[in-house]
Design a protein around this ligand. Structure first.
Ligand code: ZN
Length: 375
């Protein structure tokens, strides 16, 4: 589901009411900084805010304007994110050139810049200059999950809006309400998704993450009874699943691209928007791949963390993988604090290495061999 209006955003009451107050006061600033943990709705809220200031109905979620913003094909609402590891000076220069042009159809041109802490120093200084003398009718929404990483001169130029992790019990009732799931499933999903509602929704909506978790956990269960070939095969399987999904995503993206011509009537805009969409699709695929790898490591960390909990204090209510309690208990009998810590260190090191441009399958294989050895 693509969120298109305020009602779709869950649990961020303070942030939303603050933004609504800006709009109703008629005193819209030109720069906002949305800060808070990853996956709690900052990006979605940024798009809804862009709708709210541009839609004739204050962000109805139903009109063509709201639809185009939600699909990221509105000619006056722009999305930027790191290209590779950084937001570059070229990207900020593009914003500068663009921001001085008149809007095509919107009241306000909106620039949403995600992961703004990843600007190079050059880019940050260039953005600061724009924020110091902002073009009229332009709103910047900067997004970060690492506020400390954003230079203070930029922070002080923006209205700051904070987003929070959502309490597990609230998430459980919302998941039950939205998806009519039973309480046990909702609790499991809420726990595994670590307070990140976006993850929880994805887990309920798509079987992909659930299946991935099952693949990882079945592999980890077999760790000590497998030979090298089987482990390599397991790593291969995980990578193949990610690739299958990326292929599927590519098909969806191609369909989305084909649809642009139907929605965007203005011929002058079509090729520009298509170009933006292609860039967005590339970012989405990168993000998906990295997210999938992160998922695998998160599942593994939560597993060994659970083993650690049982080894140290046997408090079952602290477990994340509540659907594997018996297996975890069995495993913890032959485990020690030292073993669990070594496993967690190996996973942490794998996380670090995966940030670089490396052969992902090989890295996963090395990790599995390492885990087999220490456990
Ligand atoms: Zn609307």
């Amino acid at each position: 589901m693509v969120a298109t209006c305020w009602e779709d955003i869950f649990g961020q009451i303070e942030a939303i009411s603050k933004l609504k107050r800006f709009i109703s006061s008629g005193n819209l600033g030109h720069a906002y900084l949305f800060a808070g943990p990853q996956g709690v709705g900052k990006y979605t809220t940024a798009k809804v805010f862009a709708s709210a200031v541009n839609c004739a109905d204050g962000g109805c979620g139903k009109c063509l304007c709201c639809d185009k913003i939600a699909r990221e094909i509105h000619p006056d609402v722009f999305q930027f994110a790191p290209e590779g590891n950084f937001i570059t000076i070229e990207q900020i220069r593009e914003i500068k050139r663009e921001a001085n042009l008149k809007p095509f159809e919107a009241n306000f041109k909106v620039y949403i810049i995600d992961e703004v802490e990843k600007m190079t120093m050059e880019a940050a200084n260039a953005l600061l200059k724009i924020l110091e003398e902002p073009p009229s009718g332009v709103i910047f929404i900067l997004i970060t999950s690492n506020l400390e990483g954003v230079i203070s001169t930029i922070v002080s130029r923006c209205y700051q809006v904070y987003f929070r992790l959502i309490a597990t019990n609230l998430m459980v009732s919302e998941i039950m309400r939205r998806y009519e799931t039973d309480e046990n499933k909702a609790k499991l999903v809420a726990k595994i998704s670590g307070g990140i509602f976006g993850n929880a929704i994805e887990m309920v909506n798509s079987q992909r993450r659930v299946k991935r978790r099952e693949s990882v956990l079945s592999l980890v269960e077999k760790l000590n009874n497998s030979d090298a070939l089987e482990l390599a095969d397991g790593a291969n399987q995980l990578i193949a699943e990610i690739k299958d999904f990326l292929d599927e995503l590519k098909l969806k993206q191609e369909a989305e691209l084909a649809e642009v011509e139907k929605i965007v009537v203005d011929r002058a805009c079509v090729s520009r928007i298509k170009k933006r969409l292609v860039e967005k699709h590339k970012r989405e695929r990168n993000k998906e791949e990295l997210g999938a790898l992160k998922d695998i490591l998160d599942v593994l960390s939560s597993w060994y963390r659970d083993v650690l909990v049982l080894t140290e204090c046997s408090k079952e209510n602290l477990l994340v993988n509540v659907d594997y309690v018996e297996k975890l208990k069995n495993l913890s009998k032959s485990f020690s604090l030292q073993k669990a810590q070594s496993a967690l260190e190996i996973i942490q090191e794998t996380r670090r290495i995966l940030r670089f441009n490396v052969n992902k399958q090989l890295v996963l294989e090395v990790m599995l061999f390492g885990l087999e050895e220490v456990t």
